[in-house]
Ligand binder design. Structure first.
Ligand code: UDP
Length: 328
């Protein structure tokens, strides 16, 4: 690592998207420093990048870190992300995704750091009022997870006014895939995300996949989502970082491919990619799940010249499958 590399604090860098970001930052010549409390992340996912085990709610630790390094920017991947869990335990979501995020932003701006990249979500939109969702769609989240992210977005905007914070808010649709070289993979415990669950069934690690409802107003009755490769999410973050460093002040954009796939289409793609049988059973709809979420991602293309490298579902599943073959 060159000594003049710009340091970037990656909060949540031991998690799925954060750990991929660390790889991508290093490849782009930055010096990522990971802050992760390891409540969801994995120590081995940071590979040989620098890891500080701690929490973004810990003001003293943040102050010490901001004094020790001269960070060019902070990237925040450290949110809780499970819709179902957020419905059951809202306080957990508001405490971490909102209160601890305020602490992170306040401490960084007080330390003179002005560039912030925030992982937001399509869940801020709620039930789509029209087909492909643009950033102008009303923000009407239907679960505590989405509400916690909308609140964090509002707080970021307030700090832009009060402290001159420059920000990129990136609203991911459904993050999927894995490092194509198989060094990292998606691991949540317990796993709740569709593609890893489907691949666990393909690998014989679970007997079947429960489809959460098949009476949605879609062609096959199952929910439709816009899956976006984690490598492409990372490339959008790098473009956003470069834009902020070159003077851009604010950016809010969707990250998706613009193509939706139903739960059944995902299962069929996984059968095709893995060549394995995958049994499904139909269960109850999951509370808080909208029927269809598909991005209009033209703004990211316009503003950042973002061009997803793996827009199709099969490579996302292929890379996730390849990464699963490696020992944990
Ligand atoms: N899903 C499902 N069975 C599962 C997990 C997820 O049918 O075991 C559905 C879920 O209802 C949603 C889609 O798959 O429509 C994607 O869910 P995931 O949890 O992966 O992401 P989310 O959309 O919640 O961000």
């Amino acid at each position: 690592m060159p000594t003049n590399a710009k340091a970037v604090l990656v909060v949540g860098g031991a998690g799925f998207i954060g750990s991929h970001m660390v790889l991508n930052l290093r490849r782009a010549g930055y010096q990522p420093v990971v802050l992760d409390n390891l409540s969801k992340g994995h120590r081995d996912a940071v590979l040989d990048a620098e890891l500080i085990v701690g929490d973004m709610a810990d003001t003293a630790l943040l102050k010490e870190l901001f004094a020790r390094y001269s960070f060019a920017a902070v990237m925040h991947f450290a949110s809780f992300i499970e819709v179902g869990e957020s419905v059951k335990f809202p306080a957990k979501y508001y405490q971490n995704n909102v209160a601890a995020t305020v602490n992170l932003i306040e401490t960084m701006v007080k330390s003179g750091i002005k560039h912030f990249i925030f992982s937001s979500t399509a869940a801020v939109y709620g039930e789509p009022q029209y087909k492909t969702i643009t950033e102008a769609h009303p923000l009407a989240p239907i679960n505590p997870y989405g509400r916690s992210k909308r609140m964090a977005e509002e707080i970021i905007r307030d700090f832009a006014v009060s402290d001159g914070l420059n920000y990129a808010i990136l609203r991911y649709f459904n993050a999927a895939g894995a490092d194509p070289e198989g060094r990292l993979r998606e691991r949540h415990e317990p796993e709740s995300h569709l593609i890893p669950i489907v691949l666990q069934a393909a690998a014989g690690q679970r007997p079947n996949v429960t489809i959460y409802g098949d009476h949605y107003p879609t062609a096959d009755g199952t929910c439709i989502r816009d899956y976006v490769h984690v490598v492409d999410l990372c490339s959008a973050h790098l473009l956003a970082l470069n834009a902020l460093l070159k003077g851009k002040k604010q950016l809010v954009c969707n990250l998706g491919t613009g193509h939706g796939y139903s739960v059944i289409q995902v299962v069929n793609a996984a059968k095709r990619v893995t060549g394995r049988p995958i049994e499904t059973v139909v269960g109850q709809p999951r509370p808080g799940d909208p029927a269809i979420l598909v991005a209009d991602a033209s703004l990211a293309k316009q503003e950042l010249h973002w061009l997803p490298r793996y827009p199709d579902l099969d490579p996302m599943i292929e890379h996730a499958w390849k990464a699963m073959q490696k020992p944990a």
